[in-house]
Design a protein around this ligand. Structure first.
Ligand SMILES: CC(C)(COP(=O)(O)OP(=O)(O)OC[C@H]1O[C@@H](n2cnc3c(N)ncnc32)[C@H](O)[C@@H]1OP(=O)(O)O)[C@@H](O)C(=O)NCCC(=O)NCCS
Length: 156
């Protein structure tokens, strides 16, 4: 089933799909990341698409836009992030997509911040060779900073 997965550069017509995917309540809870309003979301992606330092890929599953995977600089370190529409969860898509993405993003060490309670995402990272590197407390949500524990995962 996972042989149906491929990555390609993000195109503008993917953005409304990504926007809808990041609105899902279960997903935002998993990721401990608040949903963005449409205007803010589109403005962020506008910047992403113009920034040649970022690697950004759309995840296709059987020709459908399943989600995205990106890497970016944060506090001087290279970080990876990904998000799938809920209807695509639980089929090995993220694990396969991240493994393929690591052929495009060769920076090592490479980091990911993942909510400690996000078991699925932790497994995705572990399966791709990331190991626990530390723990930070505090993430930003609509109400300000909360006390979610974020694991820092590292790929060397
Ligand atoms: C996290 C996310 C990317 C996982 O995508 P996915 O395609 O369902 O992941 P996979 O199918 O590749 O599964 C990865 C592993 O997690 C496990 N898993 C999947 N969903 C799970 C769940 N809800 N609870 C526990 N484990 C789960 C799978 O069994 C698999 O482990 P295994 O190979 O040992 O069996 C997806 O749920 C998502 O986009 N969530 C919202 C956004 C998010 O959390 N992004 C990551 C921020 S760090």
């Amino acid at each position: 089933m996972t042989s149906n997965i491929s990555l390609r550069d993000v195109v503008e017509t993917d953005l409304p799909i990504f926007y809808e995917q990041q609105l899902d309540g279960e997903a935002t809870q998993m990721a401990a990341f608040p949903p963005r309003g449409r205007q803010e979301f589109m403005a962020i992606w506008d910047t992403v698409l113009q920034d040649k330092n970022l690697v950004q890929k759309t995840i296709l599953f059987a020709g459908q836009v399943a989600g995205h995977v990106v890497s970016f600089e944060q506090f001087g370190e290279r970080e990876v992030g990904y998000w799938l529409g809920k209807e695509f969860w639980g089929q090995g898509i993220a694990s396969r997509a991240l493994a393929e993405f690591l052929d495009y993003e060769k920076t090592r060490p490479l980091y990911a911040h993942v909510a400690k309670h996000n078991i699925a995402s932790r497994r995705v990272l572990e399966k791709c060779g990331f190991v626990e590197h530390g723990l930070v407390v505090g993430t930003i949500n609509e109400d300000g900073i909360d006390d979610t524990e974020l694991m820092i995962m590292e790929l060397v």
